[in-house]
Design a protein around this ligand. Structure first.
Ligand code: ADP
Length: 458
């Protein structure tokens, strides 16, 4: 049961896999070392054997048919030397060293011989000195050296399980630590899924490794999700709040209009009230739809050549009546060849929104100036008014949907005009800024490039 639990976790599988792999690699390395070291050892021994035998041949001398062995060395570098005559009779050493092996004398052949459970390397060389032929035999034992290798092998066999165990435990510990982040990630995602609490974040140890980067990415995604959910929630509550007022007005106007006591004039007034509220709602719904299409990336602008000076004059002419009603004078200034590639319908909305705000938030006897000037690779449209101005703390917020600086939130505004302006400027790749002094007036500046960043962008 425990084994299966181990295999069902990634860390268990990873640890098992690499421990098994390590074991295999160590076994292969050991086998290779054993074979290789035995070959090297045999090669070294046979070279040494040949050298010692050749040295002995060089040192051997005969006088009156007798070998002069008093100065000769019969044991050198682990090699025992024996000298035989041509009949195979031992000439030297006189004292038996006890390592003699029973093997035929063969010239220049290294052979492996087993004697009394001991293994030897034997090398014979036939030579002639002082006109006398003789054999020199060198013998060295293999048992000691092979025993050392065997001992090393047995030691390694004992060490392998310890090394594998330590590596396995170490690996298990490291993978467990690394995968703990994934466990926490799963817990966080579960907590979000069950409680819908998007404020939770995955702890990030900041190590910069793959899992830390994954935590960072997931946290970034949660951040965006949270922001988008909050926007959606605020948006829904704002829309319902904004629609509640006109709907209540329409209901009460209708109820009053339908009452038998209401006079025809009052009924007409009621209808006018209903119409005005319905128009306001219709404007708001139109703006909302357009913004929503922009948000979804479904809006396809129609790019065409637009003369900004002409467009501004056209919009100003349309709002002339409203300006007169508000006792505000309207002044426009044109710029030769202010032609850009843009969406004309959207640009008309942009200019109309900013211009009607400049009239709306003006004072009787005030003035609105609208002009176009060339700037960098585009044109700047300026809307200057002598109106109520905007408080510094509101300057950032006026771009938010449904935000209206007027705390009573009365009047015909919807709080969607400036967000629309912002969105239109954005899809044209432009910039919009505002400078305002409360009680003195405001200047809205819209810079539009001659060409939008991508004519397919929405
Ligand atoms: P609204 O439909 O209320 O005009 P906007 O998004 O166009 O919505 O404007 C948001 C708020 O910014 C307005 O309610 C108003 O308080 C403020 N505002 C916009 N333009 C001006 C201006 N030219 N002068 C003073 N206040 C302005």
């Amino acid at each position: 049961m425990k084994r299966f639990r181990l295999l069902s976790s990634i860390k268990g599988r990873v640890t098992l896999w690499y421990t098994g792999f390590l074991l295999l690699m160590m076994a292969l390395a050991l086998a290779y070392l054993l074979i290789f070291s035995q070959q090297v050892l045999h090669r070294q021994l046979s070279t040494r054997l040949k050298d010692v035998v050749s040295d002995t041949v060089r040192d051997a001398h005969f006088q009156r048919g007798q070998l002069q062995d008093d100065r000769m060395d019969f044991y050198k570098d682990g090699v025992s030397i024996f000298i035989y005559d041509t009949q195979g009779r031992l000439l030297a050493p006189k004292i038996n060293q006890g390592v003699q092996v029973d093997a035929l004398l063969e010239d220049q052949v290294v052979k492996e011989v087993e004697n009394n459970d001991e293994r030897f390397f034997v090398y014979d060389l036939y030579a002639v000195r002082d006109n006398i032929g003789f054999w020199v035999r060198g013998i060295c034992t293999l048992t000691g050296a092979t025993g050392t290798i065997r001992g090393m092998f047995q030691l390694a066999l004992l060490a392998i399980p310890t090394v594998v165990l330590v590596a396995g435990l170490g690996g298990w510990f490291i993978t467990k630590r690394s995968f703990a982040v994934m466990g926490r990630m799963a817990d966080t995602v579960n907590a979000i899924a069950s409680g819908e609490d998007l404020t939770q974040r995955i702890p990030d140890d900041g190590s910069g490794d793959e899992l830390s980067r994954l935590s960072h990415t997931v946290n970034g995604m949660l951040e965006r999700l949270q922001r988008s959910f909050e926007n959606q929630r605020r948006f829904t509550s704002d829309v319902s709040h904004e629609l509640r007022t006109p709907t209540s007005v329409i209901i009460s106007q209708c109820e009053y209009g339908l009452s038998p006591e209401t006079s025809p004039e009052e009924r007409e007034n009621c209808l006018r009230g209903v119409l005005s509220q319905a128009q306001r709602m219709s404007t708001m719904i139109g703006q909302l739809l357009m913004l929503a299409r922009g948000d979804n990336g479904k809006f396809e602008p129609t790019w065409e050549q637009v003369d900004l000076s002409l467009l501004c004059e056209l919009c100003a002419a349309q709002l002339e009546e409203k300006a007169q009603e508000k006792k505000v004078s309207l002044e426009t200034g044109s710029c030769e060849g202010a032609i850009i590639v843009g969406d004309e319908t959207l640009l008309i909305r942009l200019v109309t929104n900013l211009l009607s705000n400049a009239i709306q938030y003006n004072r009787p006897g005030g003035k609105v100036s609208l002009w176009v000037e060339k700037k960098e690779n585009g044109f700047l449209i300026k809307f200057q008014d002598t109106g109520i101005g905007i408080a510094p703390e509101d300057l950032e917020k006026i771009w938010e949907r449904f935000y209206r600086a007027d705390p009573s939130r009365t009047g015909e505004g919807t709080g969607l005009g400036l967000p629309m302006v912002h969105w239109i400027v954005k899809i044209h790749g432009g910039k919009v800024t505002v400078e305002s002094i409360q009680g003195m007036g405001s200047v809205f500046s819209v810079w539009l490039p001659q060409h939008p960043p991508s004519e397919n962008q929405s």
